[in-house]
Design a protein around this ligand. Structure first.
Ligand SMILES: C[S@@+](CC[C@H](N)C(=O)[O-])C[C@H]1O[C@@H](n2cnc3c(N)ncnc32)[C@H](O)[C@@H]1O
Length: 295
């Protein structure tokens, strides 16, 4: 694995709304997790912040293509940038990078990125014989595909499937994308779970379990509420309001122990759980799991 240094730090005028190049007929409010027709702003924010981090890549990977992709993304206003949470993002990025590296090391040939946004691991960790499946909301995925094409990124080994996980199941989408039930997969959901309702999370985890051949692995991150009484925090409240305003409200924060129970009930056995507790503010969880034996 090689390591590349930080990427671009440019700051231009910002835009948190719909990119005019992706909009036909103006944005509509959505019952789904993002505004219909609008690429995800949170996906853009994460990709821009992650592009500043030193990252590993595989010998056949093309990390420069990921940097070119990120360089096309319109910058965000200062309050959107991850200054205060950069440490968390670096830790989370390293966790998911390592899950991919470990999966490739044990010859897993299918990597399913759920809620992929502008994640560039399919480029960065490309490897002959390995297929990356990216599932995402149609507007964000279409925008990403246009940007990848514009920067001349090779899409070898990458298959896209567009769907709204609040309204549609992922099993049929994966099957028709060519995902194989008889081969193990790494499934990962980075920065996705909080944007889905609990029923949608439970359904998704059950569906992924049904597509998980023995030897598969699941990695995800989620937020856990504090067991202490909630305190008024203007900054956190402002952020919640901002997310709701852009059509990406936070929908799921688990009670302590709840995520573990959900994973258990959907057929997953936790093999690694990192809980970073923030005094009085709950915790951020990074979880890896494997399918419990059974159908
Ligand atoms: C915070 S972004 C994270 C993106 C990416 N995983 C990353 O870490 O860079 C949340 C992602 O979840 C996707 N998402 C949210 N709600 C969704 C839904 N209902 N169906 C499909 N994708 C959804 C968004 O389109 C977006 O790409």
């Amino acid at each position: 694995m090689s390591w590349a240094g930080p990427g671009r730090r440019g700051v231009r005028s910002f835009d948190v709304g719909c990119d005019s190049t992706t909009e036909v007929g103006g944005p509509r409010r959505s019952r789904g997790a993002v505004r219909d027709g609008c690429p995800s702003v949170t996906a853009r924010a994460v990709a821009l912040a992650r592009s500043q981090l030193p990252r590993p890549s595989s010998p056949d990977g093309d990390p420069a293509a990921e940097q070119r992709l990120c360089a096309t993304l319109p910058p965000l206003p200062a309050w959107w940038r991850w200054r205060r949470r950069r440490g968390h993002l670096a830790h989370r990025t390293a966790f998911f990078d390592q899950e991919v590296i470990d999966a490739l090391a044990v010859r897993i040939e299918q990597v399913v990125v759920v809620g992929a946004g502008y994640d560039g691991r399919a480029l960065r960790f490309r490897r002959p014989g390995v297929r990356f499946f990216e599932l995402d909301h149609p507007a964000t995925q279409a925008d990403k595909r246009r940007r990848l094409e514009a920067v001349g990124a090779s899409l070898e080994g990458l298959t896209f499937a567009a769907l709204d996980l609040m309204r549609e199941g992922s099993e049929a989408a994966l099957a028709s994308a060519g995902h194989r039930l008889d081969r193990p997969s790494l499934f990962y959901c980075e920065g996705l779970i909080g944007y889905l309702t609990r029923p949608a999370v439970v359904r998704l985890l059950g569906e992924l379990r049904r597509r998980a051949a023995p030897g598969s692995r699941l990695a995800l991150n989620a937020a856990e509420a504090s067991s202490a009484p909630p305190r008024w925090r203007p900054r956190a409240a402002a952020r919640r309001l901002a997310l709701a305003a852009i059509g990406e409200p936070r929908r799921t924060v688990f009670a302590p122990g709840e995520l573990e129970a959900v994973l258990e009930s959907t057929g997953w056995r936790i093999v690694r759980l990192e809980r970073r507790v923030h005094a009085g503010r709950g915790a951020r969880l990074l979880v890896a799991a494997e399918p419990r034996p059974g159908p």
